[in-house]
Design a protein around this ligand. Structure first.
Ligand SMILES: *Cc1c(COP(=O)(O)O)cnc(C)c1O
Length: 358
């Protein structure tokens, strides 16, 4: 795909940018540029361009504002030891966006164009990629239906965009275990639903459950399956793993959960380190009992934003268990370090996961 490049006439000056990069927050400040590609049923993909970051004009009757026809992705650019910049497995995000678009009846952007768009934005705004432990440039590709009309049918018009935001650690401060609220009332996904798609609606539907978690003093909500309220699924935006006392890793099987790129990396890295990994149904009581009798020694959540984050307390209305001793466990720490070493180019990359941009 050919992208027209229209550089911003008013980029943020170096001093102000340095200030942002010295203490990046998550998703509040954006870089100088964004990528946009239009689509209509008639023209197909067209008008691909990189231009100044700016608000978009959306008609009040746009499909996305009423029916939520939208999907997104999340990936990061990492500063490399030689000063260059790399993306990490962007083709996995491209493929997942295609799958999400299929489920949401949105047009499918060619996967090479997705990667090209990310590369172009990172190359143009490379000065926004922070240095320092845990710091990255977070990329947010997304697509939304912008046809004007309230008729309920797949939009005949859509827009793909990529924006970028310098990011520090997702959970601020030193690595500390997060606490989870086991939702009793709400489910995230059901068979035949949109659980495997990265769509805004899943997040909108989870906000009330996330608020319930916070009201109970927990960091995040964890969901069980819709039918039996028994099988572990995932967090609102992260996959979940348990570590058993014999070193086996257990994680819920695919189906109604989001297929995380981080989840896939963890499975590979763990197997290479000699761990058995089981993708299967996980009864929440296996966790609750196992945390008490010592069978489950660690639990962690994983996703691009938070990498691997240890889980401490699991809480529900009339109880709580703490996995391990409430401190980050050795397997969690080792896998987290292994993944970060790959992403920051500090370790050999036998899988070819790094995708150099500069
Ligand atoms: C994005 C996301 C994840 C993590 O996926 P990664 O590719 O590892 O970032 C997990 N669960 C949900 C619901 C998500 O939206």
């Amino acid at each position: 795909m050919q992208f027209q490049v229209q550089p911003s006439g008013t980029p943020v000056d170096g001093e102000a940018r340095a200030e942002v990069l010295a203490a990046p927050t998550f998703g509040r400040v954006f870089t100088d540029h964004m990528v946009t590609v239009g689509w209509t049923a008639e023209l197909g993909w067209h008008d691909a361009r990189l231009a100044a970051y700016a608000p978009v004009l959306v008609d009040p009757a746009s499909v996305v504002l009423h029916y939520g026809q939208t999907v997104f992705e999340g990936l990061k650019a990492y500063r490399q030891p030689d000063g260059g910049v790399a993306l990490f497995r962007p083709e996995r995000n491209a493929a997942r966006m295609t799958a999400s678009c299929r489920r949401l009846a949105l047009p499918q952007l060619p996967e090479e164009a997705f990667v090209q768009a990310c590369e172009l934005l990172v190359r143009t705004d490379a000065g926004w990629v922070p240095d320092g432990e845990g710091a990255t440039l977070y990329l947010r590709p997304f697509m939304y239906a912008d046809e004007v009309g309230l008729g309920v049918r797949p939009s005949q018009s859509a827009r793909f965009q990529v924006i970028a935001s310098p990011a520090g650690n997702y959970f601020s401060g030193p690595l500390r275990p997060v606490s989870l609220w086991l939702s009793q009332e709400y489910v995230r996904a059901a068979p035949g639903g949109t659980g495997a798609a990265k769509c805004g609606g899943n997040y909108a539907a989870g906000l009330v459950a996330q608020q319930e978690a916070i009201d109970h003093g927990c960091d995040q909500v964890v969901y069980l399956d819709a039918a039996e309220h028994r099988w572990l699924e995932e967090l609102g935006g992260m996959n979940v793993f348990l570590v058993l006392d014999d070193g086996t890793l257990v994680t819920p099987e695919l189906g109604t959960i989001l297929e995380g790129v981080t989840r896939d990396c963890v499975i590979s890295l763990a197997r290479e380190r000699g761990h058995a990994v089981e993708e299967r149904r996980v009864d929440v009581d296996e966790w609750r009992k196992g945390a008490l009798d010592g069978r489950v020694v660690e639990a962690f959540a994983c996703g691009t934003a938070a990498v691997l984050t240890p889980i401490g307390a699991l809480r529900w209305p009339d109880g709580e268990v703490v996995t391990g001793n409430g401190q980050p466990g050795p397997v969690t720490i080792a896998l987290r370090e292994a993944l970060l070493d790959l992403q920051y180019g500090r370790a050999p990359d036998p899988h070819g996961w790094l995708h150099r941009v500069l």
